[in-house]
Structures are given as structure tokens and as C-alpha cells.
Design a protein around this ligand. Structure first.
Ligand code: SF4
Ligand code: SF4
Length: 94
């Protein structure tokens, strides 16, 4: 099972401490104003990653998609975590 991430964006807006930079060179290519240098992660506004654009649950995208951090690349649509996050926003999971 997988979901259309373009009409979701939930995993980019569910935690003020995610995504953290865990991979080598994770910040490469990401504008400084979108980075929380103190904590080594993407800057978040509340729980929403500063790189997320659009309307959650309708049309969302990542403004640094080509350079997004490793944890974002590894987050799989349709995974247990994905389903859990979608549920938290009352988005369909079936
Ligand atoms: S929560 Fe799942 S469906 Fe939504 S954007 Fe993230 S990976 Fe895609
Ligand atoms: S960097 Fe992009 S893919 Fe990762 S959480 Fe932020 S908006 Fe989502």
C-alpha cells in the first residue's frame, strides 16, 4: 500500500524535532534559513518543517526535495509510521 504524498505532507508537519540531520552532508544544498543549526535539523514552525509548502492534506510539496535529508528520503509512503502520521491528521489510511 502507498499513498499520494503530493496530496498529503503529513510527515513533514507532525514533529517540532524532525527531521534531524543524521546523514553525512544532510544540510548540503538546503538554504540556511531553513536549517536549525543549533539542533542539527530542519527548522520547524511549530511542528511543520519550514521547507514544506502548500496545504497539508490537499496539495503539499517539499521546497528542497532534491536535497532533502536522509530521514525524509527513508520515510516510506504506506509504512506503519506513515499510516500513524496520516491517522493523526485524520487522513484516509485505506
Ligand atoms: S505521511 Fe505518508 S503519504 Fe503523507 S507525505 Fe508522508 S510518506 Fe507521503
Ligand atoms: S525537508 Fe522536505 S521532505 Fe523533509 S520534512 Fe521538510 S518538507 Fe518534508
Amino acid at each position: 500500500m502507498s499513498f499520494d504524498c503530493i496530496s498529503c505532507g503529513a510527515c513533514c508537519a507532525y514533529s517540532e524535532t524532525w527531521p534531524a540531520f543524521i546523514g553525512d552532508g544532510d544540510a548540503a544544498g538546503i538554504p540556511d534559513e531553513l536549517i536549525d543549526f543549533e539542533h542539527g535539523r530542519m527548522l520547524c514552525h511549530g511542528k511543520r518543517c519550514a521547507a514544506l509548502v502548500g496545504e497539508l492534506g490537499r496539495r503539499a510539496s517539499c521546497s528542497v526535495y532534491a536535497n532533502r535529508p536522509l530521514v525524509c528520503r527513508e520515510f516510506q509512503s504506506g509504512s506503519e509510521d506513515c499510516i500513524s502520521v496520516r491517522r493523526s491528521f485524520n487522513l484516509p489510511v485505506a
